[in-house]
Design a protein. Sequence first.
Lengths: 535, 425
Amino acid sequence: MFFRNLFFIVLVLGGAATLVANLIPPKHGFKPTPTNPEVFQKNDFLETVYRVNASFEQTWLKNKIQPAVDADDLTIARRLALGLMGTIPSLEEIRQFESRPQGERLTWWIDHVLQDRRFADYLAERFARVFVGTEDGPFILFRRRKFSSWLSDQITKNVPYDQIVREVISTEGIWTENPATNFITVTAQKDKSNQPDPVRLAGRITRAFLGIRLDCAQCHDHPFAPWKQSDFESFSAFFGQTHVGFRGVYDGAGEYTIDDKRKNIKRTITPKVSYAPHLLPEEGALRARLSTWVTHQENTYFSQAAVNRVWAILCGQPLVSPVDNLETEALVPPALKILAEDFASHGHDIARLIRIIATTKSYRMQSLSDNDDSVNAEKLWAQFPLGRLRPEQVAGSILQASSVSTIDAESHILTRLARFGDQNDFVKRYGDSSDDEFDNRGGTIPQRLVMMNGKLVSEKTKGGPFSATTRINWLAPSEVKSIEAVFLTALTRRPTAEESDFFEQNLKNPEVSKGQQIQDLFWALINSTEFSWNH
Amino acid sequence: MEPLGRRPFLKTTAMLAGSSWLTPVGQWLARAADGDAPGALPSKKSAQAVIVLWLQGGPSQLETFDPHADSTIAGGTTKIATAVKGIYLASGFERLAEEMGSVSLIRSMISKEGDHERGSYNLKTGFRPDPTVVHPSLGAVACHELSIGKAEIPRHVSILSSQWPARGGFLGDKYDAFQMTDPAGPVPDAQAHVDSNREKSRLKSLGIVEQTFEKGRSKRVEETQHKNTTNAALKMMTSEQLKAFNVSLEPQSVQDLYGNTAFGRGCLAARRLVESGVRCVEVTLNGWDTHANNHQFCKTNLKTLDPAFSGLIRDLRQRNMLDKTLVLCMGEFGRTPSINPAGGRDHWPSGFSIALAGGGIHGGRVIGETDPEGKAEVKNPVRVPDLHATVFDALGIDYDKLNQTPIGRTVKFSEGKPVRELLDA
């Protein structure tokens, strides 16, 4: 009996100690994530960063734009968390971050994030939206979850991007064992005994991997680019021998024929690429040859499209807009070319690309300026752009803001389940703007309604035993400290002097309980522009 | 203001007065109350609202408004007589046929856009997609040009929105349609969880944080629409007009008139919203992209469209609202006269049909005709901008006026000419 009591007391004390540890800055550091700061110091790394910065600086000079000053470390840490993990840093992570020596914090944080499973999962989901779309696809033949967790595994292992894409385009086999094949099966046509659709595949590959809209030439010659209708047909013909059978996706025989509806005849189409034919291997299965051509180091569209997308995922805006439209050479800024060259010549290393982008001057600038010529400054990357967060980023942020410790993939399975349910319902209500991922339009009324009155926010700000509201209320040593903790938890910054004064007065109001005041402060911060827009 | 609207209005204003950052909406409300809103008040003769029944996917003209029953291109589609002698509709439109005296058809619509996204843009805005400017949709223009009136809810609404809902374009995102799903019940999340005192204090706190964030970013923060949409949401939450969204408040007989479908409920909500002062409602019926089994799909779709469209016209007429409400039924293009091997029809922008009713449009008229063999060019073609000019003319909107776009280009609301036969006596 005595031991059981003792055990209980120890458990309670241990629990309390953990709670306190999360709130109060540590005296001695946490177990640090292993990092390799020397990567950031290598000559060819620094040179690329320097060249990108210089190319922007030239544009600013030419347009007489004063670039914004550097943002503080916490602001950048928040950007990185949102862009790479779809959520904000936890109070626990902020304490770890600040325990690092100044000057090392951001490189440590970038590497910390890159090693976090949430990063691989989130980037995989962003890629999957582009590779296979957002819809459920054909029943049984298509397993979206398998595909995105396979992608996530590849990202965790830092498999080169070109290799990932080659597998996506050319893998044979069954969709459950070789999840890359879901790229093919998502286009299975029910009315044509589940054969994959060459037209959709060709459209997807050119848009997602090359940033060109060859599919506009599906019905007519392209209005702005040199593509002809026949280019699209010959490109589609690379999938003329791809079939779906009992053993999954395989390459067989056969020719690609299409019905010419105008002339009412069947035409046979020979596979052909629309440019750079010398990069296409002569031997091998059609799909494998095409995948080599698409990902070839000299196929600049491939590396530029990847860089443009990764830049957009990190910054909220692509360098060239729309993100899948790189056809007009004159609109491709030098920075994109420099980054793409670096990406192609360093083995299409996604982690390296992210480290470089996150080190550039443009990424580390403030999203505000004195002269408020912000629209133009944003366009030329002389100021970090305000970007509307995607629904799942907002959901992830609300969930993280409701807890002082980190909610991540290693959390208890129940937390994860709760997270999925909450997130899906919220995402539906909040509204996905459309397939166009970076249109950056204004917010909507339904979004405000769901944030002000919706279930997720009201439940998460309510005081449960593990909620941030309760823990901060109980454990923060003073009013000022609890206000600071709420600001750090929800907005990843400390309150300004005015804010601190204002909310301290609020907390001292004897008519309203401290718990309710903290809850209402959370509500206000979560409903702010600052919370729903990346800055 | 109506007696019903006054209390919530005062309540909102009082609540907003507590927080200084909300002043623009205060001014806006005051202006609305004075009737001194921007844009002209609609003249007595003009229509005051427009309801767009959007047939997403490109409806086949042959199985809807332009049957050629005796020709080979019909592929078996039959026609029915209507209340107007000499005008025939495809079978399936039995109830709409009874309302033909109020409905007119344009059977000679032509455009150059055969892609869903581009075609939708074209029909919704009256312009072809242009990389340098985003044009406003019809409803956005109506909201911009007509007075705010008595509406406390969003004046531009899209029900069951497709992938490309109506947008504000260069007029600004605040003219984007308010999107909602099946209006079978109350608007979700429109009820505050806390009492008004606590709400007031929360909003005051929000105002403090907003001030910090606006420093050095005022212009961009304004463009996020965050403040505008917060204000509009707060105004909605306390408005009696919120009930306009909820069709379950209608008598069962009225609900039945529209057919018991999500689209039917959308049309009924559209009527209720227009009654509350909403300027434009877009209701989408998906499922018209009939590349295979065209006839079967069209037949199913008509079972939904026929009662909803005809019920809307009848209901508006019974309430004396038909003269002031223009109903427009259209999709992004038509479908080929020839039938493909899968029994489908493919995209066809060179000769398709749309229907109009109410809002000062003369009923029982047909503009243009298509070739019964599907070969010759259409007679008396109507271009998409002409359709838009016709609708704007009916709404009393000066579509010829030059507008500045954000990049300084001048653009008219429509480059077309109204179809006079539909407007004149």
